[in-house]
Design a protein around this ligand. Structure first.
Ligand SMILES: CCCCC/C=C\C/C=C\C/C=C\C/C=C\CCCC(=O)SCCNC(=O)CCNC(=O)[C@H](O)C(C)(C)COP(=O)(O)OP(=O)(O)OC[C@H]1O[C@@H](n2cnc3c(N)ncnc32)[C@H](O)[C@@H]1OP(=O)(O)O
Length: 219
C-alpha cells in the first residue's frame, strides 16, 4: 500500500525522487500479526527437533503459504513515514533489518524520544545468538548502528553511517530486556557525531560511536 507522503521538515518529498512512501498507520494490523507469527516461526524452526517426516509436511505447507503471498510484493526500497513517540515525523525503510515493522527478522527495535536523544527496549531471542546464550556481536553492532542513525535522523539530520566503532564491555544475554539509548554529540559541516549504548540491568554491555554523513539532497 503506497500513499502520498506528508512533508517532513527540511526534506523534499521522496516521491519526487522515485521512492514509494507508506505511512505507519497504513500497515494493516493483519500484516503486523502475520509478521509476529513468522518471528515465532523462525525461532521455532531454528530450534526444532521434529522428525523428518513431519518436517517434510511442514515444508510443503509453508511452500503453499509462500506462493499464496508472493503475488503482491512491496518495493524493497519503500520508505516508512512514522512518528517516534515524543518527536516529529521522519522516514525510515519499511523492511529495515533492525526496526522495520514488516520485517520478521527485525526484533524490532522501537525508539522514542527521551533525555535529549532516543531510547528503546528490545529482547533478542535465540535466533540472534552468537556464543551460547549470548547475542551475536554483529547484531549488537546492527542495533547500535540503527540507534545511532536514528538519533541523527530524529534530530532532523538523516544520513548514512560513514564510520562505526563498537566496544563490547560485557557479554549481552539473550531473552532478557535490553535498553538501547542514543544521541547526537556534535556536528561539523555534513558530519553528525553520535553515540549509543546497550544496557542489561542498567549495566552497559556494548557501546558505539559513529560519524553519520548527512544526505546530500539534490536541488
Ligand atoms: C529524497 C528524500 C529521501 C528521504 C530519505 C530520508 C531518510 C532515509 C535515511 C536515513 C534513514 C534514517 C535512519 C535509519 C537508521 C539507521 C540505518 C543504519 C545506517 C546504515 O546502515 S547506512 C548504510 C551503511 N553506510 C553506507 O553505505 C555509506 C557508504 N558511504 C558513502 O556513501 C559515502 O562514503 C558517504 C555518504 C558516507 C560520504 O560520501 P560523500 O561523498 O557524500 O561525502 P564526503 O566523502 O565528501 O564526506 C563528507 C564528510 O564526511 C567525512 N567522512 C567521510 N567518510 C568518513 C569516514 N569513513 N570516517 C570519518 N569521516 C568520514 C569526510 O571527511 C567529510 O568531512 P569534512 O566535511 O570534514 O571534509
Amino acid at each position: 500500500m503506497t500513499v502520498e507522503a506528508q512533508p517532513v521538515a527540511g526534506l523534499p518529498d521522496p516521491t519526487d525522487f522515485g521512492f514509494s512512501v507508506v505511512r505507519e498507520s497504513e500497515i494493516p494490523d493483519e500484516l503486523l500479526a502475520l509478521v509476529a507469527r513468522v518471528r515465532d516461526l523462525v525461532d521455532t524452526v531454528a530450534h526444532t527437533e521434529a522428525d523428518p517426516a513431519e518436517l517434510r509436511e511442514v515444508d510443503a505447507a509453508l511452500a503453499q503459504v509462500t506462493e499464496r503471498l508472493a503475488g503482491r510484493r512491496r518495493d524493497t526500497g519503500a520508505l516508512l513515514l512514522h512518528q517516534p513517540a515524543g518527536g516529529p515525523a521522519e522516514y525510515g525503510t519499511v523492511t529495515n533489518l533492525v526496526a522495520g515493522p514488516t520485517n520478521p527478522v527485525a526484533p524490532p527495535l522501537v525508539l522514542a524520544h527521551a533525555d535529549g536523544g532516543l531510547r528503546g527496549e528490545v529482547t533478542l531471542n535465540g535466533i540472534y545468538q552468537g556464543p551460547p546464550g549470548l547475542v551475536h556481536g554483529g547484531w549488537l553492532a546492527a542495533l547500535l548502528d540503527q540507534a545511532l542513525g536514528a538519533a541523527a535522523s530524529a534530530a532532523g539530520m538523516p544520513g548514512l553511517t560513514a564510520n562505526l566503532t563498537v566496544d563490547y564491555r560485557r557479554p549481552t544475554p539473550l531473552n532478557v530486556p535490553l535498553t538501547v539509548t542514543s544521541r547526537v554529540t556534535g556536528t561539523e559541516r555534513r558530519k553528525v557525531f553520535v553515540s549509543a549504548e546497550i544496557r542489561h540491568d542498567g549495566e552497559v554491555t556494548a557501546e558505539g560511536t559513529a560519524v553519520m554523513v548527512r544526505l546530500a539532497i539534490p536541488e
